[in-house]
Write a protein that binds this ligand. Structure first.
Ligand SMILES: Nc1nc2c(ncn2[C@@H]2O[C@H](COP(=O)(O)OP(=O)(O)OP(=O)(O)O)[C@@H](O)[C@H]2O)c(=O)[nH]1
Ligand SMILES: [Mg+2]
Length: 339
């Protein structure tokens, strides 16, 4: 899972990167000025791991990239290549530097239009060839119609994601590097003096918004838990925005977290919302999926209430499920399998 921070020059991209990754090592590559790992803030895996006395606790991690392609490294004539690199991301975090008193709408549009134009340029080039290919019966009329629909949307200055394409339509264009098809979260970087008074819009052009003083977040990320709480209080903040950001990322991408818990290791796993326990088994190991018999499922809340597997079983909080069971966020799963 790759999260990519985008924004204009000096908007606070690297500050957000450091808030997510902490003061750890990062590397640079191509248009990414920093690449690092964001360790999930989900506290449940640690609670479970402690209850289980696990020797190892493994939270979910995300790869974070600080993208400078629209910043200092931006070159109009290289935009094709820049977009190719962006296309490796699953979700974008678009920063708006409200601390610089910019017009939020204008600042959003500025980058938004660059993304829309780059998709439009691609569609127009593709359409030229596609019309010939359809005539020669080398491509389908369906694809041509879909690309025309996409072209119209982009000409209306709307992202492709606003079309809510069907699964079949998405399949037809899955090979295309469309960046306005990807989910995006707008992060408004507010001045620390505006904490508590800044009116945070719920959405901008239908993208979810998070407002946060990123310079404070960066400071918080460098601290230990106790100090962190203290500093949050000092600034009048309830919680770190990073936590909320992760929740929003998972919601926008349609992911949930499930757990496996044992003495050797307790681990959190990402799974597409609506996926079956059979698919979950495949995430853990292909052999476990192949040999799937049944799944023992205890919800996190029940697990914590009971304190351990055995007690949860005694209290009838564990249920046995077959392959088709749809995993819920927070399920603690033990797969019975034979190979
Ligand atoms: N007051 C204030 N300053 C901030 C905030 N966020 C970032 N800055 C400052 O703005 C400057 C740019 O921040 P960066 O995080 O480096 O921004 P960037 O988008 O990575 O910049 P480039 O990589 O040069 O495009 C730095 O001097 C930060 O200290 C904020 O929330 N409040
Ligand atoms: Mg930077």
């Amino acid at each position: 899972m790759r999260l990519t921070i985008i924004g204009n020059q000096q908007s606070g991209k690297t500050t957000l990167f450091q808030s997510l990754v902490g003061p750890h090592m990062s590397r640079a590559k191509g248009y990414f000025s920093h690449i690092g790992t964001f360790v999930s803030k989900d506290p449940r895996v640690f609670t479970l791991g402690k209850l289980m006395n696990s020797r190892k606790i493994t939270p979910v991690t995300y790869e974070v990239t600080d993208f400078d392609g629209f910043g200092t490294l931006w070159k109009e004539e290289r935009s094709g290549e820049i977009v190719q690199e962006l296309n490796t991301s699953d979700i974008f975090l678009q920063i708006i530097p409200a601390f610089r008193n910019v017009d939020i709408g204008e600042e959003f549009d500025d980058l938004n239009m660059r993304l829309i134009f780059s998709d439009l340029r691609f569609v127009e080039r593709r359409l030229e060839r596609l019309e010939k290919e359809v005539k020669a019966k080398k491509a389908s009329l369906k694809e041509l119609d879909l690309l025309k629909k996409i072209e119209n949307t982009l000409l209306e200055e709307k992202p492709i994601s606003s079309l809510n394409l069907s699964r079949d339509e998405l399949k037809l264009i899955s090979g295309y590097p469309f960046i306005t098809l990807k989910p995006r979260i707008v992060v408004i970087n507010i001045d620390e003096t505006d904490i508590g008074t800044f009116e945070c819009p719920k959405r901008i052009k239908n993208f979810p918004v998070i407002c946060s003083p990123l310079s404070v977040e960066k400071e918080i990320a460098e601290l230990e838990d106790d100090e962190r709480k203290e500093l949050l209080k000092e600034y009048g903040l309830n919680d770190s925005a990073v936590h909320k950001l992760e929740e929003t990322i998972l919601r926008e991408l349609g992911y949930i977290i499930f757990y496996t818990a044992g003495e050797k290791e307790t681990r959190a796993w990402l799974l597409k919302r609506g996926a079956s326990v059979y698919e979950a088994a495949g995430k853990i190991h292909s052999d476990i999926q192949k040999g799937f018999i049944r799944a023992e499922v205890i919800h996190y809340d029940d697990f914590v209430h009971a304190g351990n597997h055995k007690e949860a079983k005694n209290q009838n909080l564990m249920h046995l499920e077959g392959k088709d069971y749809i995993v819920r966020d927070g399920d603690v799963i033990n797969i019975r399998f034979s190979i």
